[in-house]
Design a protein around this ligand. Structure first.
Ligand code: DP6
Length: 311
């Protein structure tokens, strides 16, 4: 049996929308941070027939089944028993598919002796879920044209940012990312503007991280997040991933910033709010978020490393 672990990542510059061709290529460049405290653990073993257990429950998750089938066509390994567990709410906009596919390709690679390096594993993970390509790497990670391969931009030690994740619902999201982003591409009048302005936002964020410029990162990360939600909200039918507590958390983060605290928010295809801050602010920010009605729990994380198999 082989065990691998991977962490979810939080996009500061968002991927939403695919190119109209096969291979799961994003329409926009993205940039993320990999979290250390949230973990998906995947165990792979030989079996008589394929079996999948997700967080203790037998599953036939179509994306995972297709992913394993495509790998098998490429590498010709036998049936596998796959068991995967995450220590955070899954399918609720907390990037469980990112850590899930990153852990899965890493576990299969190690178990079946495929000897794929992280860059190649990342390319395979992208086909499963494009955000998963970024979870192969730790710290600050980009996913950009022309070859849409994820790359580490900077190690976690480059800039010690902290993340507080305010969980406001543990229900699975109603519309998955793949379906939602296709709806946005086909129906939102803002889609071309989103794609057209993404490269500039991406470059600004890369510069902000290289310079460790928190104010600059704040501006561009919140802008990318709000543009993505503008795109979602103008899709037909509208995609609204927020609940009341999500909005209250975002307002709280803005109030804290107005009062002089170094913190900004981001949020994905679900109602959880991620507050990114400087180390000195994390306990205060987390405590304030815990006080928002509707917040179930607040997870605190540092930036972490890439996907890896246990020795
Ligand atoms: C809002 O990677 O889950 O989290 O490639 O269709 O599986 P698929 O989508 P996925 O989308 C993630 C979207 C996002 C923003 C981001 O992580 O960049």
């Amino acid at each position: 049996m082989t065990t691998a672990r991977a962490h979810p990542n939080v996009a500061l510059i968002k991927y939403w929308g695919k190119q109209a061709k096969p291979g799961n290529f994003p329409a926009t460049p993205s940039l993320s941070i990999t979290l250390s405290e949230l973990t998906t653990t995947t165990r792979v073993d030989d079996a008589d027939e394929d079996a999948l257990v997700l967080n203790g429950n037998p599953s036939r998750d179509a994306k995972i089944v297709e992913f394993v089938a495509a790998l098998r066509t490429e590498f010709g390994f036998g049936p596998l028993a796959i068991e995967t567990d995450s220590n955070f709410p899954t399918s609720a906009g907390l990037a469980s598919s990112a850590s899930g596919f990153a852990a899965l390709i890493t576990a299969i690679d190690a178990h079946c002796g495929l000897e794929l390096d992280a860059a190649v594993r990342s390319q395979f993970a992208r086909r499963g879920s494009a955000s998963a390509a970024r979870s192969l790497f730790g710290g600050y990670v980009t996913l950009e044209p022309p070859n849409w391969q994820a790359r580490p931009l900077a190690a976690p030690e480059h800039w010690d940012l902290r993340v507080a994740v305010a969980v406001t619902s543990t229900a699975p999201k109603k519309i998955g990312s793949t379906e939602g982003m296709e709806r946005s591409r086909l129906t939102s009048p803002y889609f071309d503007a989103w794609v057209g302005t993404a490269a500039a936002d991406f470059e600004d964020a890369v510069a902000a991280i290289n310079q460790r410029d928190f104010d600059k990162l704040t501006d561009v990360a919140e802008l990318s997040c709000m543009k993505m939600h503008g795109l979602m909200l103008t899709s037909k039918p509208a995609l609204n991933y927020w609940n009341g507590a999500s909005v209250d958390c975002m307002n709280l983060v803005r109030e804290l910033r107005a009062a002089g605290h170094g913190v900004f928010f981001t949020n994905d295809a679900g109602p959880q709010i991620k507050a990114i801050c400087l180390p000195a602010e994390i306990h205060r920010v987390a405590a304030e978020l815990r006080g928002v009605p509707g917040v179930i729990e607040v997870l605190e994380s540092r930036l972490g490393g890439g996907a890896a198999a246990d020795p």
